[in-house]
Design a protein around this ligand. Structure first.
Ligand SMILES: C[S@@+](CC[C@H](N)C(=O)[O-])C[C@H]1O[C@@H](n2cnc3c(N)ncnc32)[C@H](O)[C@@H]1O
Length: 430
């Protein structure tokens, strides 16, 4: 059970902040990240801030079934502020196990705190009390994802796979760690209460402040989902080879390439996000050349032994940690991102030396951003061919390997869940 702010006026600022954060998360892509930096949220006491964030995450993880339950009780849609208050109220009762009387009372207070919503406090009280008395079913996979996304997954992977993907949406994921030195795994597994996964990722049972966990201050590991750690391993870097990480920030894969002993160039168009790469490199005691540039237009003609393109994407595969991606994404975003991926893939091809290898990956579940990108690139770029990934290579789950040697990692392919990814390895002719 989440540590709760008290059920009195002091609990209201946290809930009011959750209301703003939920509104931001649902309004646009990256709205959640922007909302988390909002001064009103930052001004809260740490415990209230943590509660506000946990409440919004719990709401987003069950948003589909929550909305279905609300629709069954509302004759017509109330104003947006009231909808958000009702969503947060239900998530407190059914996601955070907040005592029902506290969730209802604070929701009513929040409704009364604004003159426009005040007249609807009776409605909020009645709807929440009704649903507390007759709890709705909140785990139907077909309701857990937005309908348009669920339909896409069913078309791409089949009904059973779509259900298995969606069934993971309400689950809070464990944290995965990548190690600077693979030989450290046995020594770190015990203090980190971790299981060692195929490929060497540690999956820890620890919760809370990451920087307090054993080995963080000494730079022995960094946080990286088990699937996200696969692409860099597939480049099989030898010490002193040159490697280009084309969309590098915040740097999880850059760290892997540098830890493998390669001479790494890390490019990203976001200077702000690159500060995270530099901080991470410094903490880990690793080095890389870090460049702020649009990787599709970056000047010069340098070529590399190995190129990694972890392209900007809809990130629908990361819903376990970022449930907002499901609700903020729009079908039109996918088309726009696919155009950028195609441009970046052409640039990645030009940056790969003859005989060199190129790994393309996206943390998206959408075929337009994965399979279709690589197929189109190969048909317009005859110098490149697939370099099929072998079973188990890079620690990838067996179920993820496709007949063409690419990986389509689905979130349920690993016990306890994993990020969804598409990964292909290509080689340029000599
Ligand atoms: C999926 S994230 C990369 C994650 C990173 N590889 C890691 O493992 O930590 C995509 C990144 O692409 C960057 N990006 C988007 N368009 C870009 C472009 N045209 N050139 C370079 N970077 C770009 C974004 O700023 C973002 O940091």
């Amino acid at each position: 059970m989440t540590d709760l702010p008290p059920n009195d006026a002091q609990g209201l600022p946290a809930r009011a902040a959750a209301l703003d954060l939920l509104t931001a998360a649902l309004s646009r892509r990256a709205g959640m990240d922007e909302g988390l930096t909002h001064p009103a949220l930052k001004a809260l006491a740490p415990r209230d801030r943590a509660f506000a964030r946990a409440l919004v995450m719990a709401t987003l993880r069950r948003l589909g079934p929550i909305d279905a339950a609300l629709q069954s009780r509302l004759a017509k849609p109330p104003p947006e502020r009231v909808v958000q208050i009702l969503r947060l109220g239900l998530a407190q009762v059914f996601g955070l196990q907040t005592p029902a009387h506290a969730a209802v009372a604070t929701s009513v207070d929040l409704t009364a705190a604004d003159k426009n919503s005040r007249p609807l406090k009776g409605l909020v009280n009645a709807v929440l009390r009704g649903l507390v008395r007759e709890p709705p079913a909140l785990d139907d996979p077909e309701l857990l994802a937005p309908q348009w996304l669920y339909a896409r997954w069913r078309a791409a992977f089949g009904e059973a796979e779509a259900r298995a993907i969606a069934a993971l949406i309400p689950q809070e994921p464990a944290t995965d760690l990548s190690l600077k030195a693979k030989s450290d795994a046995a020594a770190l597994a015990e203090p980190l209460e971790a299981e060692i996964l195929a490929g060497g990722t540690l999956r820890t049972a620890l919760r809370g402040e990451v920087s307090a966990w054993p080995g963080f201050a000494e730079g022995r590991w960094w946080v990286q989902d088990a699937s996200a750690a696969v692409p860099a391993r597939l480049l099989k870097l030898q010490p002193d080879e040159t490697a280009l990480d084309m969309c590098a920030a915040p740097g999880g894969k850059t760290l892997q390439l540098a830890a493998a002993g390669a001479k790494v160039t890390a490019v990203d168009k976001s200077a702000g996000r690159l500060t995270r790469v530099n901080e991470n490199l410094a903490r880990l005691g690793l080095s890389a050349e870090v460049i702020t540039a649009d990787a599709a237009q970056w000047g010069g003609a340098r070529q590399f032994d190995a190129v990694l393109l972890d392209a900007p994407c809809s990130a629908t595969g990361t819903f376990r940690r970022h449930p907002d991606v499901l609700w903020a994404a729009k079908a039109s975003d996918i088309a726009g991102l696919a155009a950028a991926q195609s441009r970046l893939l052409d640039a990645a091809g030009r940056r790969t030396r003859p005989g060199g290898r190129l790994v393309y990956c996206v943390c998206s579940l959408e075929p337009e951003e994965g399979e279709a990108q690589v197929a189109a690139f190969l048909s317009r770029t005859p110098q490149f061919a697939r370099d099929p990934i072998a079973p188990g290579e890079g620690g990838a789950p067996a179920a993820s390997l496709r007949p063409d040697g690419a990986l389509r990692i689905l979130p349920h392919h690993r016990d306890g869940g994993t990020d969804g990814f598409y990964i292909a390895r290509l080689v340029r002719a000599e």
